[in-house]
Design a protein around this ligand. Structure first.
Ligand SMILES: Nc1ncnc2c1ncn2[C@@H]1O[C@H](COP(=O)(O)OP(=O)(O)OP(=O)(O)O)[C@@H](O)[C@H]1O
Ligand SMILES: [Mg+2]
Length: 189
């Protein structure tokens, strides 16, 4: 299963993925997190924040996710993924892709400002530190219209959000039947 956590910066995608991974480990479900920040620092560092490059970013993350997911590892992509086109492409290309909208009102995100990005995006136009392409402020975010799951991280506490996402994954995760020893090839002695 591929879980695409989509939402604005600071909404809680990375925080939730890490906590949910820990919860899933407790019930024996293996999880891989593909975090946009980590991949942008490595194999996606050639990409900008233009529309085409943001779509290409999700395309690459989706491809990697599909490899883990094919081994029945729950794979959580934690990336803003602002464009419906990119999200739809993953749904069309791969099995069992779930879109989860991690939502939080902009005024709360400005309050959290975990990376200081909102402060910089709201600077006057002539300021040299101004960011001109922060999703939700001065760059587009296409709200997922029919997400498989919606989580509002302002209305729900962190433990509650963790519980919602963990339960969703546990309920949708494919549990392979246990292999029986008699199905194994006999090794001649
Ligand atoms: N209910 C909640 N769920 C998730 N995070 C919450 C919640 N309430 C408060 N927070 C806080 O919001 C912040 C979310 O930051 P986080 O880095 O997870 O966002 P992000 O969506 O990964 O952003 P980015 O796209 O920039 O990577 C954290 O400081 C977290 O503690
Ligand atoms: Mg993050």
């Amino acid at each position: 299963m591929i879980i695409l956590l989509s939402g604005l910066s600071g909404a809680g995608k990375s925080t939730l993925s890490q906590h949910v991974k820990n919860q899933l480990a407790k019930v024996g479900i293996d999880t891989e997190i593909i975090d946009g920040d980590e991949y942008r620092a490595k194999i996606c560092k050639d990409l900008s924040f233009s529309k085409a490059d943001r779509i290409e970013n999700i395309r690459r993350l989706g491809f990697i996710a599909s490899k883990f997911s094919a081994r029945n590892i729950v794979t959580i992509i934690s990336a803003i993924s602002p464009y419906d086109e990119a999200r739809q492409e993953l749904i069309n290309l791969y099995n069992n892709v779930k879109i989860v909208h991690i939502d939080c009102p902009l005024n709360e995100l400005i309050e959290r400002d975990t990376k200081g990005l909102y402060k910089r995006a709201l600077l006057p136009d002539e300021h040299p530190d101004k960011i001109r392409n922060l999703t939700g402020v001065n760059d587009q975010y296409e709200v997922p219209l029919k997400p498989d799951l919606y989580i509002n991280t302002h209305q729900n506490s962190l433990p509650r959000c963790i519980h919602i996402l963990t339960s969703f994954i546990v309920n949708n995760h494919y549990k392979p039947p246990r292999s029986h020893p008699e199905t194994l090839i006999e090794i001649p002695s």
